[in-house]
Design a protein around this ligand. Structure first.
Ligand SMILES: Cc1ncc(COP(=O)(O)O)c(C=O)c1O
Length: 385
C-alpha cells in the first residue's frame, strides 16, 4: 500500500467516493481542505466586509509559497487567470521579426498553439513539428531549427496522450541556438516533481485547477531572470513602479516593475488564491515526489490490466516518458456513454479514452476500473470502432 493510500487522503475528496473519478487531467475534485481555504475567505468577506490589505498580504504569502514549491523566487511569479493568459503574455513578449519562426509540436494543446498561430498575420512562421517516438526531446526539434527560429513552445505533459516531453534536453538544445523555450505546465504542476528553475526555460505557464487542486480561474506565469526583457502587452497599476500615491496617472513615462508583477492586471482572484494556499499546504505535506510515484504506480497497475484485456496504450509505455495520464486505444462510439452509465468520470480524447490519476486515487479504483472495462469489452467486442 502506498504512503498516499495509507495517509487517509482519500477522505478529503468526497467526490472520489461518489463516483470512480479518473479525470484529473480535466479537473480535480475539490478537497475539504481547499474548501476550508475558500470558506475562510468568504467568512472574512461576510463578517468583516473585506480586509483588503490583509487579503493582499495573503496574496504575497501564497506567491512566496508557490515560488518555494516551484523552487523559484517570488518575484518571478505573476498570478494570471489561467494557462492561456500566461502563454499569451510569454508568446507576445518574445521578440521576433517578420519571417522568423517558432516551433510547436503537431497536436499541441490549442491554448498553447493559438498564442502563436494568431501572430502569423504579422509575419511569424509557425512550424508544426511531427513526432514519431511518442515523446519529444532535442532530436525531435533539432532538424527544424534554423537561424530564424526564435522560440520553442511545448507542453511538459501532453493532454491528449500523457507523454512527458524532455523539456530539459529541449532547453539545452535551444540555449545553444539562443532560442526561447516557453512551457505549458498545466498537466504537470502538482502531479510531477517539477523543479522550474532546473528546467532553465524562458517562461512557464499553468492554471491551478488540475494538479494544484483549485477551482478554475487562477493561473500563474513563471518568468525567470528575463522579466525585464519581456514587454507586457497589457499594463495596469499593479505592474507599474511609478504609480503615484494619489492614483492619478500622469504624463510621465511609465516605469514598469522589473519583475513578474508587471504582468498582473488589476485585482486578483482572491478566493482562488486563498484556495491555492490551502492546496499547496496539502500537496507539500505529501510531496510531489510521492504524488508522482503514486500516479505512475497506478499507471503500472492499469497497464498490467490492459495487457490482460488486450487494450493498448496510445501514448508511451516507458515510465520515464509517462505521466498520470493513460490514453486507452478504445475508439468505439459507445464507450463514453458506457463509462457514464457505470458512474466513471474520464475523458474521451482524440485518440481514445483518457484515464488520469490524482493523489486521491487508489489501487482499488484501478481494479474496479479494470472490471468495468472487462464488462465493457464483453458488451462492445470488438473494442475498436
Ligand atoms: C496542456 C494544457 N494547457 C492548457 C489547458 C487549459 O488552459 P487554460 O488554463 O487556459 O484553460 C489544458 C487543459 O485544460 C491543458 O491540458
Amino acid at each position: 500500500m502506498s504512503v498516499i493510500t495509507e495517509s487517509g487522503l482519500r477522505a478529503q475528496f468526497p467526490a472520489a467516493d461518489k463516483l470512480l473519478y479518473l479525470d484529473s487531467a480535466h479537473q480535480t475534485p475539490l478537497s475539504t481542505l481547499v474548501r476550508a481555504g475558500l470558506d475562510a475567505f468568504y467568512d472574512e468577506a461576510l463578517y468583516t466586509a473585506g480586509p483588503k490589505r490583509g487579503w493582499l498580504a495573503r496574496v504575497e504569502e501564497v506567491r512566496a509559497q508557490l515560488a518555494g514549491f516551484l523552487g523559484v523566487d517570488p518575484h518571478e511569479i505573476a498570478f494570471t487567470k489561467n494557462t492561456s493568459e500566461g502563454l499569451n503574455i510569454a508568446a507576445h513578449g518574445v521578440h521576433w521579426e517578420p519571417g522568423d519562426n517558432v516551433l510547436l509540436l503537431e497536436g499541441e494543446h490549442p491554448n498553447n498553439a493559438y498564442a502563436w498561430l494568431n501572430q502569423r498575420a504579422d509575419g511569424l512562421e509557425v512550424r508544426l513539428v511531427p513526432e514519431d517516438k511518442k515523446w519529444a526531446d532535442a532530436d525531435t526539434f533539432a532538424p527544424h531549427i534554423d537561424e530564424r527560429t526564435r522560440a520553442i513552445a511545448i507542453s511538459h505533459v501532453m493532454f491528449h496522450s500523457g507523454q512527458r516531453n524532455d523539456v530539459a534536453a529541449i532547453t539545452a538544445l535551444a540555449r545553444r541556438h539562443g532560442i526561447e523555450v516557453i512551457v505549458d505546465a498545466m498537466q504537470s504542476v502538482g502531479v510531477l516533481d517539477v523543479d522550474a528553475r532546473a528546467l532553465d526555460i524562458s517562461a512557464l505557464a499553468s492554471g491551478c485547477h488540475k494538479g494544484l487542486l483549485v477551482p478554475q480561474g487562477l493561473g500563474f506565469l513563471y518568468t525567470p531572470r528575463n522579466a525585464e526583457q519581456l514587454p507586457p502587452t497589457y499594463v495596469a497599476a499593479a505592474g507599474v513602479a511609478n504609480t503615484r500615491a494619489d492614483l492619478v496617472a500622469g504624463p510621465e513615462p511609465v516605469e514598469l516593475r522589473p519583475d513578474a508583477h508587471r504582468f498582473e492586471i488589476g485585482n486578483f482572484n482572491l478566493p482562488a488564491i486563498h484556495a491555492l494556499g490551502a492546496s499547496l499546504s496539502l500537496i507539500e505535506s505529501v510531496t510531489t515526489a510521492r504524488i508522482e510515484e503514486h500516479v505512475l504506480a497506478l499507471g503500472d497497475q492499469l497497464s498490467a490490466h490492459l495487457d490482460d484485456l488486450g487494450i493498448a496504450l496510445v501514448g508511451p509505455t516507458e515510465r520515464e516518458h509517462r505521466s498520470h495520464i493513460c490514453v486507452l486505444d478504445l475508439t468505439g462510439p459507445d464507450w463514453p456513454d458506457f463509462f457514464t452509465a457505470e458512474n466513471v468520470r474520464l475523458s474521451p480524447v482524440r485518440d481514445g479514452i483518457r484515464v488520469s490519476f490524482g493523489l486521491y486515487n487508489t489501487a482499488d479504483d484501478v481494479d474496479r476500473f479494470a472490471s468495468i472495462l472487462r464488462r465493457g469489452l464483453k458488451q462492445h467486442a470488438p473494442h475498436a470502432a
